[in-house]
Ligand binder design. Structure first.
Ligand SMILES: [Zn+2]
Length: 381
């Protein structure tokens, strides 16, 4: 059980001045044939020609990203290239119905003969839009603050790992998608997301050694969280699997269905080929007793024992078939039963658990110390 007062984070203050607030380059759209940007008093920089231009009043600027209409394929640059940047003194630039703070940047995507769109945005503005997408802008502010720290840590880690804040070669740091984390637009900002960002500004999680922790989060753990090595194989310091009962009454209901033997054998064969450089010999499958404590399935095919990560099976089966990695599989005759709970990869912060904890009066430090018991909070800027 989580106990009040279990928080033992050290807030590490330094007497020296903090680093400047970093900006994040977020990939917001891919493979566009045409990009139309609009804004007041727009400033346009065409990087390929070192040209800057200022427009007064409202202006719409269209970019054609289809080389067949302008250039031949051979004239297209071979590597992605920053072509143009657009910003406005009002702070907002529109792409279609979406308004963005910061700068919109157009990259060539030569492989697909199209453009990618990047939003260069100060970290805290990024966090204020993201909270409405990754959580909900109306949730209790302490849950949003816990999410703000986790998301900021994730982005900060990506920027640092990527190559440092100022390296212009890295055209973006992360994607606005489930691959990284989903960010929103200016319209996703609420009073609460502003408050959550302001009251945790610059705070990130570090591991026991003081290194930035890649802070992972997911929708609903369904009963317990996983360590990164149980799901992805890589070891990240400080993570523990924690029992979480707080998400059980909300979100996706527990799931329970059958998989035909033939279908499971075929999925297992694909997992073995993709992740273990192995393959199934034969069709006679016998599943060893499984439990929720196991992050791996053990099965005999013929007389060979195969041990496969449940998360690898989920990667292959997809989220509709296996919504989480928190499942148990059993065998009856030639049918396989799958029973599971939760939604998402299960590593780190459980968002629905954080919601319930905030409703019960826990603050964001206590929420984070529950899901990241060995990590500490640090003010990065
Ligand atoms: Zn949970």
């Amino acid at each position: 059980m989580l106990k009040t007062g279990s928080c033992f984070f050290l807030l590490l203050f330094s007497a020296s001045s903090y680093a400047a607030v970093p900006s994040v380059k977020v990939l917001i759209a891919k493979s566009l044939k045409r990009v139309v940007v609009e804004g007041m008093d727009l400033e346009k920089t065409i990087h390929t020609q070192h040209k800057k231009q200022q427009y007064s009043g409202r202006k719409t600027i269209a970019f054609n990203c289809n080389p067949s209409a302008s250039k031949t394929k051979s004239q297209m640059p071979k590597n992605p290239l920053l072509v143009a940047s657009l910003s406005s003194p009002t702070g907002l630039v529109s792409w279609g119905k979406h308004k963005y703070q910061g700068e919109l940047q157009l990259l060539t995507n030569p492989g697909q003969e199209s453009c990618d769109l990047v939003n260069l945005i100060p970290m805290e503005n990024y966090i204020t839009t993201l909270l409405s997408k990754e959580m909900n802008g109306t949730w209790p502010v302490e849950a949003l603050k816990a999410q703000a720290v986790a998301a900021r840590t994730y982005a900060y880690d990506r920027i640092k790992k990527g190559m440092g804040f100022d390296n212009p070669d890295k055209l973006y740091h992360l994607e606005s998608s489930e691959k990284d984390q989903v960010s929103g637009t200016f319209h996703d900002i609420t009073q609460k997301t502003l408050q959550a960002s302001r009251e945790t500004s610059g705070m990130i999680l570090v591991g026991p050694s003081g290194k930035i922790a890649p802070a992972f989060f997911h929708s609903k753990c369904g009963g317990k969280t996983f360590r990164p090595d149980q799901v992805w194989g890589g070891v990240e310091e400080g993570y523990r699997s924690v029992n979480c009962t707080f998400c059980q009454k909300t979100g996706m209901k527990d799931w329970n269905y059958q998989i035909k033997g033939q279908k499971l054998t075929s999925m297992v064969d694909q997992v073995l080929k993709r992740y273990y450089a192995d393959e199934i010999q034969g069709t006679d499958v016998k599943l060893m007793p499984d439990s929720l404590a196991n992050s791996e399935l053990r099965m005999y095919v013929g007389d060979r024992l195969h041990i496969i990560k449940k998360s690898y099976l989920r990667n292959l089966a997809g989220r509709e078939l296996l919504p989480s990695n928190n499942f148990i599989m059993s065998m009856k005759n030639n049918e396989f039963m799958v029973k599971g709970q939760g939604y998402g990869h299960g590593v780190g912060l459980c968002q629905l658990g954080a919601l319930e904890l905030a409703k019960r009066g826990y603050d964001y430090r206590q929420i984070l110390s529950f899901y990241f018991p060995r990590h500490q909070l640090k003010k990065a800027y």
